[in-house]
Ligand binder design. Structure first.
Ligand code: BGC
Length: 755
């Protein structure tokens, strides 16, 4: 019905294009035709991306935005979704603006749209790229059914500082795994075919190096050598570009003293010239305006810098909208640059099929069928289970036995609010399954005891900050002492205690850096009191970053890391606790023993004075070990896996040959289980110093009890390449060591030489 309105326009011919099998030539022709009709102001208008909220009845339009859309001064909006709201806004663009150019609709669909999957850091712990691609595809289907055509995801920033709240949004510390996950997510969102109305345009973020913000403080400065950048931080962005991502977002930090949003080297030379990126570059939220505060210029200057650096679209600042006409007039920005930016935005719209159907088939019926459908909820539970990491399990405390009386204590046992984590945009936490709800549904309620035990947060100042952003953290009317006393009583009546503790969701994500990453004090007090009962204690953690857990590791019997596991969190945790599912997640960020060790990551360099406990002048702390509490790649199972020594098919690699590195993996336990077999390589001598080991492959293997399987990896010279000090990508002849094991902390290795 609405389509007929669209085709009433003067530019009917323009919109009657086929997108399904269109070639670049057809797109070029179409866009060129359209641009030939556009004024400079209309072209600049396409570069404008304001945020527009909505309520159930439609978009919340200020008069100003409505007029701007009519005047052709808006290229897209974000934060508006639902078929109804999107239709209303799109209708405005395609019936009221002169050229009837449809709008982009963006949103932060980060780990699910309505059905929420585990936070991205949790998903990465599955090491299951096919699963991660399925979650991205499902999120795209929901988002598209809800009227969106663009997600600001994936975030692929390498993060080695758990103080940074945004580690929850990424895939952790490793470039190889990060690149694999980046690719999977882009493919999941875009399916290699944006004209499919079940896809959304992906957006790689934040380009670049945002994860290296000094001190783990959000929005802070970064500074690093090119060699480190190319080898350790850029690979995931590059992989996402190669996977065909349609857009990329600038980052808030500076690089080489230039804010990323004004960094021409980054966007023009590296991204476009070296990597051949063809998509559109959007700024982060008000990033152009923030350059005034960075101190690189006034409103006009920052607009000039951004466009000339290679930015196409301005999120929220409206600096390009306001300043470009005069900048073009003054010859500070060329018309060609404006044209190029406008073209890239129109191309994105074309690829999405928006000129053929600006609504991409949205309807209430479609939304009804897709949003939180049974298959997506099942996927959410599967992903939640696969993301969980068993950090400790003494004396087979887990899984729990149905015959045991179990005291569940802690502020998160009955909680729903926190389960979906931060950046769960359109997710409704009220639809999340709490652990308690799931436990009751398991049907042995007479074996369950409950005591709240503590508030989620006692600290009033922090609570106020979080509650200002919908944290919903309440203080119990009982005193902390009374809450603990009740928990101790419940523990005394039980065979085993399960304490469900962690962070409030608002303690992670954007603008949620922490200087202390321990469990809040009062939660630790509860654990200490429970410990005194002598009952076995299982600690179930919900949190968005690595925490310092040394006391907990020394004092509780089992620890299950569940992250913020999403809509089906409770159901998934209950399955894992009672053994219906066997945990298989592996950490993708090292868990430090203390904050003083940060930054801490497995693929570090060797120093000239490697740590030696007995020698003073070696690289170490006087008061702390160098090792993390739990290393990258680590995670236990309810079964036990044994690795044979590493076998190599040859000990020299020459010409175009390959070496097969293998181990025999055996399930020695009594349950089926999945293991992530990891391949690491150490380049022993190089023209630049090389990491002590680097992940170069991984395979997930499901084994029945007593079963064995040979797991093989192919080593090629390509796999050994790195960027040397001239930034050439080379493999250097010499000695290498190959490690294969179930964690980065391993000496199971063999040696070969590259000739
Ligand atoms: C964040 C981005 C996000 C954008 C739009 C910014 O504050 O840094 O990751 O995509 O807001 O919501």
């Amino acid at each position: 019905m609405k389509k007929s309105i669209l085709f009433l326009g003067a530019a009917v011919g323009l919109f009657a294009c086929k997108t399904q099998h269109s070639t670049d030539v057809e797109m070029d022709k179409f866009v060129s035709n359209l641009m030939a009709q556009m004024t400079l102001e209309e072209k600049i208008g396409q570069l404008n991306l304001p945020t527009v909220g909505f309520d159930v009845t439609g978009p919340l339009l200020s008069k100003d935005v409505e007029q701007k859309i009519k005047d052709g001064k808006v290229g897209g909006v974000f934060n508006t979704y639902t078929p109804n709201a999107v239709r209303k806004l799109q209708e405005l663009a395609i019936t009221q603006s002169r050229l009837k150019i449809p709008l982009l609709f963006g949103y932060d669909v980060i780990h699910g749209h309505r059905t929420i999957f585990p936070i991205s850091l949790g998903l990465s712990a599955s090491w299951d790229t096919a699963l991660i691609a399925r979650t991205a595809a499902a999120a795209a289907v929901e988002a598209a059914a809800d009227g969106l055509n663009w997600t600001f995801s994936p975030m692929v920033d390498i993060a080695r500082d758990p103080r940074w709240g945004r580690v929850s949004e990424g895939a952790g510390e490793d470039p190889f795994l990060g690149a694999a996950i980046a690719k999977a997510m882009v493919q999941g969102y875009e399916q290699g075919n944006l004209s499919n109305p079940n896809t959304v345009l992906s957006c790689i973020k934040h380009f670049a190096l945002y994860g290296a913000a000094e001190g783990g403080r959000d929005y802070n400065t970064t500074d690093m050598s090119r060699v480190r950048m190319y080898n350790e931080y850029l690979p995931p962005y590059k992989a996402a570009v190669e996977a065909g991502a349609g857009s990329i977002m600038t980052s808030f930090n500076e690089i080489d003293g230039i804010p990323a949003t004004a960094n021409k080297w980054l966007f023009t030379h590296l991204l476009r010239e070296q990597w051949g990126f063809k998509g559109l570059v959007v700024t982060d939220y008000t990033a152009i305006a923030e350059m005034i505060s960075h101190g690189v210029g006034d409103k006009s200057k920052t607009a000039e810098l951004a466009l000339n650096a290679g930015v196409d679209m301005d999120m929220v600042s409206e600096f390009l909208l306001d300043e470009l006409p005069a900048l073009v007039q003054a010859g500070k920005v060329s018309k060609a640059k404006v044209d190029a930016a406008c073209r890239r935005i129109l191309e994105a719209k074309y690829k999405l099929g928006l000129f053929a159907d600006p609504y991409r088939g949205v309807s209430e019926e479609r939304a009804q069928a897709e949003l939180m459908s049974a298959d997506k909820l099942a996927l959410s539970k599967e992903a939640a289970i696969k993301s969980m990491v068993l950090l400790k399990n003494e004396r087979q405390t887990l899984p729990l036995k149905p015959s045991q009386k179990v005291a569940f204590v802690g502020a998160l046992v009955k909680d729903q609010r926190n389960l979906i984590g931060s950046w769960s945009g359109a997710g409704n936490w009220r639809q999340a399954v709490s652990l308690w709800e799931a436990l009751k549904q398991q049907g042995n309620s007479d074996k369950l005891l409950y005591a709240k035990g503590c508030n989620l947060l006692n600290d009033g100042a922090l609570r106020n900050q979080l509650n200002a952003n919908d944290g919903q953290i309440e203080l119990d009317s009982r005193s902390p002492q009374q809450l603990i006393a009740e928990a101790v009583q419940a523990a005394q009546r039980a065979d085993v205690v399960v304490a469900v503790l962690g962070e409030a969701f608002g303690m992670t994500g954007e603008a949620a850096s922490r200087a202390d990453i321990a469990l809040p004090n009062h939660q630790q007090e509860l654990l200490r009191a429970l410990k005194k009962t002598g009952k076995p204690i299982v600690l179930v953690l919900m949190n968005g970053r690595p925490l310092t857990l040394t006391w907990e590791n020394d004092n509780v019997d089992a620890i299950l890391e569940t992250w913020f596991a999403g809509t089906q969190a409770g159901a998934a945790i209950a399955d894992v606790l009672y053994g219906a599912a066997n945990p298989s997640g592996k950490l993708t960020m090292s868990f430090p023993r203390s904050v003083g060790q940060i930054p801490i990551y497995y693929n570090h360099k060797q120093t000239g004075r490697p740590r030696n406990e007995n020698q003073k002048y070696t690289s170490k702390y006087l008061d702390e070990s160098n090792e993390p509490l739990y290393p990258f790649g680590y995670g236990l199972s309810y079964t036990q896996f044994a690795y044979s020594p590493v076998q190599l098919s040859a000990t020299t690699l020459a010409g175009g040959s390959t070496i097969t590195a293998s181990v025999t993996l055996t399930n020695k336990g009594t349950r089926a289980g999945e293991e992530t077999v990891q391949l690491y390589i150490r380049d022993k001598v190089g023209s630049i110093t090389r990491p002590v080991k680097e992940l170069k492959g991984f395979k997930k293997v499901l084994l029945q009890p007593n079963a064995s399987q040979q797991v093989e990896f192919t080593i090629t010279a390509d796999l050994l390449k790195f960027y040397n000090s001239d930034l050439q990508y080379v493999a250097e002849a010499g000695d290498f060591q190959v490690f294969i094991d179930g964690s980065s902390n391993t000496n199971n290795s063999a040696a070969f030489e590259l000739k």
